[in-house]
Design a binder for this molecule. Structure first.
Ligand SMILES: Nc1nc2c(ncn2[C@@H]2O[C@H](COP(=O)(O)OP(=O)(O)OP(=O)(O)O)[C@@H](O)[C@H]2O)c(=O)[nH]1
Ligand SMILES: [Mg+2]
Length: 322
């Protein structure tokens, strides 16, 4: 495919959805022949990015992330915002299931002219998926979307990656399910800036309120600069959706005024930079013919226990850069 950088840049800046979708596809391409035009487009968009509120939404599969985003997104659009929804799901390479699920679960958002939904880039490592999502975020901001929602599966390391690209991290939890089932470890609770107990409707309302109180108590034991709000929500009835939006914008204003927002974003960019440097070095290293020729036999020796990993690493690095 041939890309015209200038046409893409001006299209995105005008809010053209086709140009936006094509730019994101370009960033996802990974083809060496696309690198030049991709970085030209990125350079053109970057000065117009950064003006959005970035929200990460996490929770175990089935907790109701997509349904929440569908309801929440409409609340935001009702307030005059333009909402982009991105996904980070390193497992989506294996099962396309959640992508299909999202499309049906976010039916109204999908159809709204004020919303843009993009499934997780498939293929590659979590680091690759995360960095492409960050670039998609830049493109969406340049296209005029002022709230970016990143949905992530609540398993593995993807939360940490998403926490590293958003301003607010919302953890969705189910009432009644044990903490073990939800895979909630202390670590993930500590990442959360806000918590919602989902599916607080029908017979589940009472249990949700009980869970709300116990999570609020649990969270208050962590030493944090800010109080983490826990509220009950329902994507079905809309309960708590309005309050959640109010809390989110209130928090955004607080971190904006205190300087925490720009500090956090600066640190995120620095971390992203180092990730890219490390990735580039590893790619350069492993595609070096001198290294490739030797590394296989080295690996055999390491597997067999005849080479010590650290010494083997030192040896091959010295060979790469004597
Ligand atoms: N009663 C009730 N059911 C809900 C609510 N939100 C979601 N559900 C149901 O819960 C199931 C999972 O919802 P999803 O929104 O797909 O959950 P998810 O967290 O995005 O799931 P994955 O993307 O697969 O991780 C669906 O059957 C929804 O209909 C809610 O507020 N109330
Ligand atoms: Mg989902």
């Amino acid at each position: 495919m041939v890309y015209d950088a200038d046409a893409l840049i001006s299209g995105v800046l005008k809010g053209n959805r086709r140009a936006l979708a094509r730019s994101i596809t370009l960033f996802e391409s990974g083809l060496k022949s696309h690198e030049g035009v991709a970085s030209k487009v990125m350079k053109g968009l970057l000065p117009h990015a950064g003006g959005s509120l970035r929200l990460g939404v996490t929770g175990v599969p089935g907790v109701g992330k997509s349904s929440f985003i569908e309801a929440f997104g409409q609340e935001l659009i009702g307030r005059g915002h333009k909402v982009a929804v991105l996904a980070v799901d390193p497992s989506s390479t294996l099962s396309q299931g959640s992508i299909l699920g999202d499309k049906t679960r976010m039916e109204k958002l999908t159809q709204s002219p004020s919303a843009f939904i993009r499934p997780s880039p498939s293929g590659g490592t979590l680091g690759g998926v995360a960095s492409r999502t960050r670039e998609a975020m830049v493109a969406c901001e340049a296209a005029g979307f002022d709230v970016i929602v990143v949905e992530t599966v609540g398993v593995g390391q993807s939360e940490t990656a998403v926490k590293g690209m958003v301003d607010h991290f919302l953890l969705l939890m189910l009432a009644g399910a044990g903490d073990e089932i939800q895979g909630i470890k202390r670590g993930i609770m500590e990442l959360a800036d806000m918590v919602a107990i989902t599916k607080a409707d029908g017979d589940n309302k009472k249990a949700a309120e009980k869970a709300r109180q116990s999570y609020e108590n649990a969270l208050s034991l962590f030493l944090r600069d800010e109080k983490v709000p826990v509220i009950t929500t329902s994507a079905l009835t809309g309960h708590g959706i309005f309050e959640m939006a109010n809390r989110l914008f209130a928090r955004h204003e607080v971190i904006q005024r205190s300087g925490i927002l720009s500090q956090r974003r600066g640190e995120q960019s620095v971390a992203w930079f180092w990730e890219e440097v490390k990735k580039g070095l590893v790619t350069q290293f492993s595609s070096d013919p001198l290294i490739a020729g030797e590394v296989d036999s080295l690996l055999d020796g390491i597997m067999a226990g005849s080479f010590a990993p650290r010494q083997a690493a030192r040896h091959i690095l010295q060979k790469y850069n004597p």
